[in-house]
Design a binder for this molecule. Sequence first.
Ligand code: FES
Length: 68
Amino acid sequence: MSAEQFEHPDVVLCPDGPMLLRGVDSVQDADGTVHAVDRPVVAVCRCLKSSRLPWCDGTHKVIPRGHS
Ligand code: FES
């Protein structure tokens, strides 16, 4: 099944960017801490450079490719 067949995918991996999650009510980080989600879609940082981990704050945009 291709991505185009999903009208509302629950997980989207952005190239060199965050992971977008739709319809979740919490996210558990690597330390086991559970972060409540109160939005329909949240962006989880994958570069680990965000100052608001586990959430993406846009810092990935200033990181040279291949260094995330
Ligand atoms: S993915 Fe956006 S700050 Fe890390």
